[in-house]
Design a protein around this ligand. Structure first.
Ligand code: CDP
Length: 230
């Protein structure tokens, strides 16, 4: 498929924690010459700010004030061929992946004002289309009219194993139990929260990547892109 598709579209990828959303989003963006936005990185960066600055996120005024001091920006790293998250000018791409952040992110992402803050920026980034965005509520709330919505799933044990391997590379003290508990806790909070819970959009295509390769998943998704572009 040509790098610049005739009609740029919005592609949303939602699903459970660690089921390969970002891998597929990156593959599609590269193939189509689209921008990839990792919406989870925004919630992770906000969480990092709250933790570092001892923001009491149960107090709405503190949340409101803190959000006023947060500037989030994605900058493309040519060498790594990916966008990286900057929080108030600092590259936080590495540190936001830490389990310390993952332990609190779902609690903070459930706060209405936090979501409004992030969603407003996400919608601005999609204005010109030609974008792939992954998260939990992208096809349902952020871009309900997206031309292609994908909902990803994978077996629990596979998701745990994948995330454990990623985190173990950075921190050999981490245990598989900690990773499993974190994924289960986040999935529970994300799908049970009041504001924009994780849901499969009625018009989403489901992709279970438990037993297919990265190349195979890209092939399936590109077939859907072709249909969506028409
Ligand atoms: O990479 P992984 O699937 O583990 O998570 P992530 O995409 O980095 O998202 C981290 C957390 O941010 C999720 O567990 C959700 O609590 C929250 N999130 C959200 O609420 N809405 C989104 N659109 C994206 C992430």
């Amino acid at each position: 498929m040509a790098k610049t598709a005739l009609k740029p579209i919005i592609i949303t990828i939602d699903g459970w924690s660690s089921c390969g959303k970002s891998t597929l989003a990156r593959q599609l963006a590269k193939k189509l010459g689209y921008i990839y936005i990792d919406s989870g990185a925004m919630y992770r960066a906000i969480t990092l700010y709250f933790l570092r600055n001892h923001v009491d996120w149960t107090a709405p005024e503190e949340v409101h004030e803190a959000l006023g001091d947060i500037e989030l920006e994605f900058r493309f790293n040519e060498k790594a061929e990916k966008s990286e998250m900057f929080l108030n000018g600092e590259n936080v791409e590495f540190v936001i992946r830490d389990l310390v952040v993952a332990e609190k992110v779902s609690e903070i992402a459930a706060i209405r004002e936090v979501r409004e803050f992030a969603v407003a920026q996400q919608r601005r980034m999609g204005k010109k289309k030609g974008i792939v965005m992954d998260g939990r509520d992208i096809g349902t709330v952020v871009f309900p009219k997206a031309e292609l919505k994908i909902f990803m799933t994978a077996d629990n044990a596979i998701r745990v194993e994948r995330r454990f391997r990623e985190l173990f590379d950075k921190n050999p003290n981490i245990t598989i139990e900690e990773v499993k508990n974190n994924l289960e806790m986040r999935d529970y909070i994300d799908s049970n929260r009041e504001v924009s819970p994780l849901r499969q959009a009625a018009d989403a295509r489901v992709l279970d990547n438990s037993s297919i390769t990265a190349e195979e998943q890209l092939k399936v998704a590109l077939g859907w892109v072709r249909e969506a572009i028409g």
